[in-house]
Design a protein around this ligand. Sequence first.
Ligand code: MN
Length: 391
Amino acid sequence: MHWHPRKVHENYGPEAAFAVEREAELPTTAWDREVARALELGLQGADSIVDRRIPTFSRGELPHFAGINTFLKAPYVEDVRTCGDYDVAVLGAPFDGGTTYRSGTRFGPQGIRRISALYGPYSFELGVDLRESITIADLGDVFTIPGNIEKTFDQISKAVSHVYASGAFPVVLGGDHSIGYPTVRGVAEHLSGNLGIIHFDRHVDTQETDLDERMHTTPWFHATDIPNVPPQNLVQIGIGGWQAPRPGVKVGRERGTTIMTVTDCVEMGIEAAAERALEVAWRDAEAVWLSFDVDCLDAAFVPGTGWPEPGGFLPREVLKFIQLIADARPLAGIEVVECSPPYDNADITSLIATRVICDTLGCLVRSGHLPSKNPAKGQSDKPSTVEDATS
Ligand SMILES: [Mn+2]
């Protein structure tokens, strides 16, 4: 039998062909640097180790089960005053005091960081290697106050404000959804124009109070009370089921938020839905915040969440949606909330939470919306061999 070499595109579908060809264009500069650093800091491996790139002490990505659990094994940056040296700053907001049913999201940052070790920085379909394009810092967690929602909000706003002002792209690991108000408050204070919000959720989260407090069912009431965060720029995607409280629906109707159900999105198609969401969030806005509640997915995929609701999105639908949003325009930052590891099975909720962040970063990078501040990192060009996701 003879093997006939063929051009890649004859062997693959269009996306796979793009992915396979794109991989050849990605540099390995940062990886080579990481290997050299690991050998220096972690000592050359034992004499019997054939691969001389392997150090004695695990330093960096490999093995995936070893090491200290920062997000994507990014460096832990203890001195938060230096976070502006990095392109992306990950911070945890471990707080579940706003939860009205299942708690446990105080362990969300831990759960997400732990399973993020399974991810490499390279995405096949997206044609991106984050390690080669940007620098990521893990700042650890905000000092939240378990028994006090308002003090915790102030801590989170101060933290997000610090990161946003530094120029690093904030990635917030929740935490329950009550943190959506203080995160947005931390960004909005730096803008002269309006901040839009793209909100993925099964729940509207627009009532004023719940159980007499500003709980995880209330962030957008208070966020849209901020003068430069108008409700007309709040688009809520995936809302539905038997857990959307009527007081919140009433507020949304009165304030003029935009709600898209799962059926709305699926029937118009994810591309058209993403276009509509972008149009609403960006209308006369200066920046847009992405708030992703993992419970927008069908309960089957997110057992580890506070209010599991059947009938939500499939993972591939929501990932496509996220990719279209991040490919289209820059974002001010992202939060992923309501991941509750104590209720999770086989880490699947933490896996999807990690994936949403990685896909967002990957698309921002490949589309040039998250340029590197470090000239040593080559900013990857927008792919031209695959259909332009934003068209
Ligand atoms: Mn929710």
